[in-house]
Write a new protein. Sequence first.
Length: 207
Amino acid sequence: MTAKKIALAVLLSGSGTTLQNIIDHIEAGKLEAEVRVVIASKKKASGLQRAEKHGIPNYMAERKAYDLETFNRKINEILLRYDPGLILLAGFLSLFMPHPKFQGAVMNIHPALIPSFCGKGYYGAKVHHSVLESGVRFSGCTVHFVDDQYDHGPIILQATVPVLDDDTPDSLAERVHHEENRLYPEAIRLFAEGRLKVEGRRVRILP
């Protein structure tokens, strides 16, 4: 199979480094995709500036201005206008409840090996600090489909990194982020090729 060009929507809350990685892969010809729209949940999310720089339509739906149901309704109204084939959560810090049209077409990437160090409140440096405090010898990242809980849907891909004796949250984050940059585009490619089959809690990667 060859990857088909897929229309993406990206939801973010912060700096947009994951968005930039996707854009870089597309511009380098490594990913057959188009970022059709970017939506941020915070006014100060600099990921919006990255979208603007690349001519991508972008919107801000401020999470704290709405209850969760209204917040998600506003996001879905925007998404329905742009009709993406796949929605990517990229450092999106709110629970996303997709419109039925998008069920099975929403991914997230988490900077740890789910089901460890995940769930509500586990994001950014908090994850890596918890990993170091726990004494585990390996961490990593996980790409998974989104369901109705934080960091919980069926796992698509995972990558591991060693936890070193002299690691800090920043040094561990840098090593994990390197794997995130590789793993998320790969998951998008597999989805675009129709090679991901969800069977209960498992995702089969078809040949």
